[in-house]
Ligand binder design. Structure first.
Ligand SMILES: *Cc1c(COP(=O)(O)O)cnc(C)c1O
Length: 411
C-alpha cells in the first residue's frame, strides 16, 4: 500500500482539457471579456464580438457564411433546419457520435438512419453511406471523428451523383483537412463546437458555416427565431428558436481563435511523437492513415487487437490507470448510438414515438449484423485524452507506460 502510494506520487500529472492545465485560456480572453462588461452590450444583436469572430472564422476557412450558436448541438440543429426536411425524411448519420448530433434530427421531425463505420477510423465511408440511401434520404451527415477526416472524395462523388446534400460535423476536427481541403468546406454546410473539451473553447458554443447563400440565410434566420432583422417588413417567417451566442462568449471565442493554430500544431506534433514511439507494437493500430489526411487529434486513438493483446483495449486501459495514473476511454461512447434508450425505445414526445412513427421499418433496423464495423471499432478502440499542453515529456511518459503495460498484459 505504502509502496503503491509512493509510486503514484512520483507519476507525472497530465494536463486536462477540463481545467486550465490543458487549455489556452489567458490574458487575452480576460481583456476582451472585461471590455464586454465595461461596454455593457451583452447581446450579439447589438455588439461586435460575435460578428467579428464570425467574419474571422469564415475568412480562415474560406467560406462565405459563418454564424455562431449557443452550442455545437444548436449549430447542428440549425444545419438540419436549414436543409428543411419534411417529417419522416431521412438523415444518414454515423452510429458513433455525440448525442447532440442526433437529437436535433428528431426535433426537426426527421429520421436518423444509421450507417456503419470503418472499424479502423470509426468514420463513415462512401460504401457504408451508400447502403443506407433510400428514396427518402434528405441529407448525409459525415462526422470527422477524433479529428480524423472522413474519406471525402468518394463520399462527395456519391452525394453529388445522387443529388443529396452533405452536412459535415467538424466538432472534433478544427483545422483538419483532406487532400489539402479544410473539413467544413467540402460539403454543403458544416458545424463546429466550442464546448469545454474541443480544440478551442468557450465552455459552450458552436459555429455553422456554409458557402451556399440559401442555407446561410436559413441558418441565420433559424438562430434568430426566424425574425427578418433588417428586412423592410420583418416577421417571424417560420418555426425557429433562439440559438444566439452572447457577446461574453463571443469575446472568449475571438481570443481563442487566435490560438487555434497553436492548439492544432501542438496536438499534431505530439501525436506524431507518440505514433513514432509506438510503431511496430504487435496488435496495436495507430492513427496513421496516409498523406491525404491531415488529422488534428482531438483525441489520440489506438486500436487494440484482443486476439494478440490479452485483455484488449479494456485490459490496457485498466493497467494504464492503475499503474501509471493515465486515464483513457476503451469503447469511446461504450455502445452504438442506436442502443441508447431514446432510439431503442423511441422515447420522444409524450408517448407518441414521433417521428419514428413515420419511418420505414428498414430505417429502424438496428440489428448487430448490419453494423460489423461499429461493433468491431468500439471493441478495439482505446481513446487517449489529448490536448495542446502535452509536452514531449508527457508523451514520452505515455509511450513508455503503454509499452510497459503491454509487456504486463503479455504476462
Ligand atoms: C461535441 C460534439 C457535438 C456537440 O457539441 P456541443 O457543443 O457539446 O453541443 C456534436 N458532434 C460531435 C461529433 C461532438 O464531438
Amino acid at each position: 500500500m505504502i509502496e503503491k502510494l509512493a509510486t503514484q506520487v512520483s507519476l507525472p500529472q497530465l494536463p486536462s482539457d477540463q481545467d486550465a492545465s490543458g487549455r489556452t485560456l489567458g490574458d487575452e480572453e480576460i481583456r476582451l471579456l472585461a471590455d464586454v462588461i465595461e461596454k455593457g452590450v451583452l447581446t450579439s444583436t447589438k455588439g461586435n464580438y460575435v460578428r467579428e469572430f464570425e467574419q474571422k472564422f469564415a475568412q480562415r476557412l474560406g467560406v462565405k457564411h459563418a454564424y455562431c450558436t449557443s452550442h455545437g448541438t444548436a449549430a447542428l440543429h440549425v444545419a438540419y433546419a436549414a436543409i428543411d426536411p419534411e417529417p419522416g425524411d431521412e438523415f444518414i448519420t454515423t452510429s458513433i457520435t455525440d448525442m447532440g448530433a442526433l437529437t436535433p434530427i428528431l426535433y426537426q421531425g426527421a429520421i436518423p438512419v444509421f450507417c456503419d463505420v470503418d472499424p479502423r477510423t470509426l468514420n463513415v465511408t462512401a460504401e457504408t453511406i451508400e447502403r443506407a440511401i433510400s428514396p427518402r434520404t434528405k441529407a448525409i451527415i459525415v462526422t470527422h471523428l477524433f479529428g480524423q477526416p472522413c474519406d471525402m472524395g468518394p463520399i462527395m462523388e456519391l452525394a453529388i451523383a445522387r443529388g443529396i446534400p452533405v452536412i459535415e460535423d467538424c466538432a472534433q476536427a478544427f483545422g483538419a483537412s483532406y487532400k489539402g481541403r479544410a473539413v467544413g468546406t467540402m460539403g454543403d454546410i458544416a458545424c463546429f463546437s466550442l464546448q469545454q473539451g474541443k480544440h478551442i473553447t468557450t465552455g459552450e458554443g458552436g459555429v455553422v458555416v456554409t458557402n451556399r447563400d440559401d442555407l446561410g440565410r436559413r441558418s441565420y434566420l433559424y438562430i434568430n427565431k426566424a425574425w427578418g432583422y433588417g428586412d423592410p417588413k420583418p416577421d417571424h417567417y417560420f418555426l425557429a428558436l433562439n440559438y444566439r451566442m452572447n457577446e461574453l462568449t463571443g469575446a472568449v471565442a475571438l481570443a481563442q481563435l487566435g490560438k487555434l493554430d497553436m492548439s492544432v500544431d501542438s496536438r499534431v506534433e505530439r501525436a506524431h511523437q507518440l505514433t513514432k514511439s509506438l510503431r511496430g507494437l504487435p496488435g496495436i493500430g495507430l492513427p496513421d492513415f496516409g498523406p491525404e489526411y491531415f488529422h488534428t487529434f482531438w483525441k489520440y486513438c489506438l486500436t487494440v487487437d484482443d486476439s494478440i493483446v490479452p485483455g484488449g483495449a479494456v485490459g490496457l486501459a485498466k493497467i494504464l490507470k492503475e499503474q501509471y495514473g493515465i486515464f483513457s476511454a476503451p469503447r469511446y461512447i461504450q455502445k452504438p448510438a442506436f442502443r441508447c434508450q431514446i432510439f431503442a425505445e423511441r422515447v420522444t414526445f409524450g408517448k407518441s414515438q414521433f417521428p419514428f412513427t413515420l419511418a420505414r421499418p428498414e430505417a429502424l433496423d438496428y440489428s448487430e449484423r448490419l453494423f460489423p464495423g461499429t461493433f468491431k471499432g468500439l471493441n478495439d478502440v482505446l481513446v487517449l485524452p489529448w490536448n495542446e499542453n502535452y509536452t514531449r515529456q508527457h508523451v514520452a511518459f505515455i509511450a513508455d507506460s503503454i509499452k510497459a503495460s503491454l509487456e504486463t498484459l503479455k504476462g
